[in-house]
Every structure is written in structure tokens, then in C-alpha cells.
Design a protein. Sequence first.
Length: 272
Amino acid sequence: MKLLEKMMYVEFFMIVMAISVVPMSYGHVSRIDDVAEAPGSDDNGGLDTAWYTARATFYGDIHGGETQQGACGYGNLYQQGYGLATAALSDALFNHGYTCGACFELMCANDPQWCVPGTIKITATNNCPANYTKTTDLWCNPPQKHFDLSLPMFLKIAKYKAGVIPVRYRRIRCTKTGGVKFETQGNPNFLMIMPYNVGGAGDVKAMQIKGSRTGWITMSKNWGTHWVTGVVLTGQGLSFRVTTSDGVTKDFINVVPKNWGFKQTFDGRINF
Ligand SMILES: *[C@@H]1O[C@H](CO)[C@@H](O)[C@H](O)[C@H]1NC(C)=O
């Protein structure tokens, strides 16, 4: 009995140690967090807005032509409201496209030679794919967290010659103008909906669709941020039920008229 009691005591002591050690190792992080979230910060709800570390590079030129389109499936990023404030995320952050539309704040960290003071806010619109045949500059291979920024964004936090920089980043709520937009793609037997201009958490976790003559139908995620159903809904008005990664769900009722076609965009009128 004595031995068992002793073991239980040791176990309890170890748990107490573990609990008290964890926040200590993140002390540095929370200090920066306090500074950045000084007066005026809003309620972040279910979003993890802690600061983490990653690296950043840039791709494309100052005009950002190469940063258009991308693995999330967005098109003309200027027309869709993202502009050049975008990044391609490594697989570890991209999460098979589930992170598309999420917003981040980044700052260059611990590199006095190359850092420019200040932070940038970007939306995830692309994937920086892993390349297992490369032997150098493996920034985007798992498990590394990496942001490949548009050049104009990179230059706001670092000097051009830096090439690659350590960054600190955190999730922030997305501020978008106007309603969530829904683009119809695919064909009658494979209706694909791409939501964009999503505010709040910004990244879509689940989506349902409802025809004027159906109940809610759960959609499945295809590539990037495309959601599909095999149910034929041609000739019916459409409504959408969107859940963002923070668990908030909004209904966009009758946003598509019954004479809709493919490759059209509809305004959801409200946003997160
Ligand atoms: C992967 O890296 C190799 C070696 O640098 C390169 O030749 C190849 O084009 C890369 N593949 C892709 C898909 O970028």
C-alpha cells in the first residue's frame, strides 16, 4: 500500500509539473500577444489567435500575376477582394484546402539584419506544395509551417535580399466587404460551389445546399475550397448553409434564383 501511495503521489507531482511547465515555455509568445492585442482587440470567439512560428518567402514579381488563381480555386484575386494580400501555405498549414480563406497576421521575427518592423494581414489563397525530390530549400515540406507571400506583402516585413525569413504568425478574423459570394461550377450531375469573400474565421469547415424543392443536402469538399453534390438541382432556387472553422454557421437563403447557370457568382448578402 505504501508503495502504491508513493507512486500515486509521484504521478500527481508529475502532472502538476507538466501543467506548470507548459505555460512557461510559451511565455515569450504570450508577451508578444499582449502587445499586439492591446486596446481595441475584438472577441475572437472559437478562433485560436495565439502566435506561432513559421518561415516566409515570396513568389512572383511585384505585380503578383503568379499569385492569382491558386490551389484554393479562387480566380481573379483583385475582383474577389483579396488583392495581393495573399499567401501560399505549406501542406502543414494548408490542411488539404480546409485553411483556404483563413486570415493571418505575420511579422518578421528575430532577424535584425533582414526584418522590417510592422505586421501584414493576409488571406490563404494558395498551396506551397511539398517537393520530395528537392534536396535544398525544403521550406514547404511537412511538417514545416511556411508562408509563400506575394512579393509586395513580403517587402512590408522584410528586405528583398533576405530571401527566407523566420516569422511569427497568428490567426485573425477576416474583415471582408459585402456578403459571402458563391460561384457555381461543374455540371448538372456534379454541382460544385466555391464560396469566397468569407469573413469571420474565413475558412469553411462544412457546407450544405438546399434546392427550393429539397431539404438540406450535405456537400463534400472537393479540391481547394470547392464543395460538391451529386444531387441535380438545375431549375431550383438555391440556399446555402456554411460553417466556418470556428463553428459558426450561417444560412444564406434563396441567394440563387431558379434560372441559375454554371460559372455564375451570387451574392449571399450577409457575412460572418
Ligand atoms: C521539385 O524539385 C526538383 C529539384 O529542385 C525540380 O526539378 C522539380 O521541378 C520540382 N517539382 C515541382 C513540381 O516543382
